[in-house]
Design a protein around this ligand. Structure first.
Ligand code: SF4
Length: 284
């Protein structure tokens, strides 16, 4: 633990959003970043609780107190090493996770000023990319082949882990580009698609093969593999059986989001039905 009293003297400081006049001109990410000094100060606020509720609350089991301590001490490489032990893609979770860790942070429960865990996570991984701490790993192959169906977050994660254990992995997906919901569901202003592509390039360089525009029939799985991992996600939306549901112009969120994301990303399959929507309201 770096500074045992920092939580008493340093307040929570969020990076905040880009000014409105700037961000209405593009579809880019709206969240800003703190400078390194402020980021380290924010990490210093972690109290290294004896019972780290943040660690329990994190679906990945991230070891937040350990990497906050390394970050506070300016050991960015160590912080990334600890973070990447439990999190395959911190550049995604650091941007889009609802941060259950922060909801259970003792500084949230006691004074409503949790440690900026999610932002710190994003800062660590971006520093790792920037400083070259993330290198291409070439694992020794074990001769086994695995097909992963679905190139969303689950498919990418399982492919990454199997690849690092030496399996030869091929990912199949019906979409034009890998990422699933990361690419077609989450808008650019939360997660820029260049961030997704950057990770996909790394996975390719490490030996994972991507076969896109491939719709797989589960009764006829591609031949030549020792194992299959099905990671197609749940694409059936939950309907609302209420009066008026049958009216024209009511769409599920993903129908619109995927088209808008294709539009921002300039992919050919973009179907501009958004032009039908001069005015829209969202129910969520
Ligand atoms: S923000 Fe990171 S550490 Fe917190 S719950 Fe999400 S993945 Fe876990």
């Amino acid at each position: 633990m770096g500074d045992s009293k920092a939580f008493l003297t340093i307040s929570r400081k969020e990076a905040g959003y880009r000014p409105v006049h700037e961000r209405i001109g593009d579809f880019g990410e709206v969240e800003q970043t703190l400078n390194s000094h402020d980021r380290k100060e924010q990490a210093a606020r972690c109290m290294d609780c004896g019972v780290p509720f943040c660690h329990w609350a994190c679906p990945l089991g991230n070891k937040q107190p350990e990497w906050q301590d390394a970050l506070y001490k300016g050991k960015w490489r160590d912080a990334y090493r600890i973070l990447s032990e439990t999190c395959d893609f911190p550049e995604f979770t650091g941007r889009i996770c609802p941060a259950l860790c922060e909801k259970s942070c003792v500084l949230k429960l006691s004074c409503d000023e949790p440690v900026t865990i999610r932002e710190n996570e994003a800062a660590i991984v971006e520093a790792a990319f920037r400083e070259g701490y993330i290198s291409i790993i070439n694992p020794k192959r074990n001769g086994k082949k695995v097909a992963v169906v679905g190139a969303g977050p689950a498919g990418l994660t399982v492919a990454n882990r199997l690849n690092r254990k030496g399996y030869t992995v091929t990912i199949y997906d019906k979409a034009e580009a890998p990422g699933g919901l990361l690419r077609y569901g989450i808008p650019n202003f939360k997660l820029n698609k260049n961030i997704v592509s950057r990770r996909v390039r790394l996975l390719e360089a490490e030996g994972i093969q991507f076969k896109m525009n491939e719709s797989i029939d589960l009764k006829k799985l591609p031949k030549g593999y020792d194992a299959y991992c099905l990671c197609m996600g749940a694409e059936t939306p939950r309907d609302l059986p209420i009066p008026g549901r049958e009216l024209k112009g009511i769409h599920f969120a993903l129908e619109i989001l995927s088209q808008q994301n294709r539009r921002s990303y300039r992919q050919q399959s973009y179907d501009p039905f958004h032009r039908e929507l001069p005015r829209a309201s969202a129910l969520s």
